[in-house]
Write a protein that binds this ligand. Sequence first.
Ligand SMILES: NC(=O)c1ccc[n+]([C@@H]2O[C@H](COP(=O)([O-])OP(=O)(O)OC[C@H]3O[C@@H](n4cnc5c(N)ncnc54)[C@H](OP(=O)(O)O)[C@@H]3O)[C@@H](O)[C@H]2O)c1
Length: 381
Amino acid sequence: MKKKILILGSTGSIGRSTLEVIGQQQDAFEVFGLACKGQADLLNQQIEKFKPRYVCIYDEGQKDKVNFDRNKLFTGINGMKAMIGMDAHIVVNALPGSIGLEPSLEALRCRKILALANKESLVMAGRVIAKMVKKSGAKLIPVDSEHSALYQLLKNIRKKELKTIMITASGGPFRKLDKDALEGVRPEEALNHPTWKMGQKITLDSATLMNKGLEVIEARWLFNIEPSRIRVIVHPESILHGIVELVDHSFIAYMANPDMKIPIAYAINEGVRKPLAISPLSLEDISTLTFHTPDLGRFPSLRLAYDALASGDSAVIALNASNEVASQAFIEGRIRFTDIPVLVEDALEHHPGQAEVDDVATIWEIHQWATTYTENKFKTP
Ligand SMILES: NC(=O)c1ccc[n+]([C@@H]2O[C@H](COP(=O)([O-])OP(=O)(O)OC[C@H]3O[C@@H](n4cnc5c(N)ncnc54)[C@H](OP(=O)(O)O)[C@@H]3O)[C@@H](O)[C@H]2O)c1
């Protein structure tokens, strides 16, 4: 029987790669539903090719441009939630930022298999999600390449054998720039990642290293591991994605070309490996793999993520919300690249501290507080 799959964010980088995998494995999957924000033209092409049963376009104003049965066409967050509540087996959450949280929670409530690319869900609500997964038996499989690597490695390792987990980072486009040069970088430079072709938010987060900070928080909840045992290592070739260090000082690493179709296929096939038509990895062609310690002086966002984890749940929620606002302001040319961590740190210093947040309403309250706080910092009166 084909598995019914619902893709939230189908017109984005992860969404398109998911459809490419499905295109290669048509005997295994049926596209149950597609959702995007407003790119009606691309959505129409996907509808034509994959013939979903249901569709959602978030922006109500774009609805008329979608060529689809009006009775099966939804809009808004409630439209996405309605599709999640139907009978798809797998929900791929490839939405960017905090908009992804409610769909993740809904997928877990409905006991779907959640293939999670939206790391912000775990950043904002890691404690809540970990409880839901434990209690309900819902399945969450990470799509983020580093977490997919670690998920696979940790399957074969006993808890008492594990010393640390390591997340690799490409270092982003500004790895070699000094502090002064970082002040002057332009949005178009920050949105040009050296190894991964991704959506706007994650690309900018990769340039500030906040993406790695969010990934450390994601790993903390996904693998139930103390932050002090999660390390970040800069590895510009992006071939090793996750490494585990064991108590006998041996390392086991996961290697693959930087192609998101690999972790996506692993997640939607629930850990079963199938052939994929992608470029094979040639170690001879790569020849050299390099590793460095991240420079937290030039890239303070990663340090802020560790600080927030140490401070507690409300700090982590504030970090994420403030980063969203500050990043958008940089993209719009309203602040400098180096202002992003300054604004985030300011929100962390002033947020209403709460060590444990285990209800969704409070998560949104803190998110809203940090959003408004950071917005007010650069609003012109
Ligand atoms: N890209 C990667 O390689 C990669 C790797 C690891 C993890 N991730 C994570 O995966 C998530 C998605 O990243 P991405 O790079 O694929 O992002 P992206 O290219 O920006 O795509 C975002 C997708 O979400 C849709 N969307 C945005 N806001 C929406 C809303 N309010 N309602 C419904 N749909 C909405 C967009 O629709 P429109 O096209 O209509 O705007 C698009 O389909 C992020 O959390 C990211 O951190 C990505």
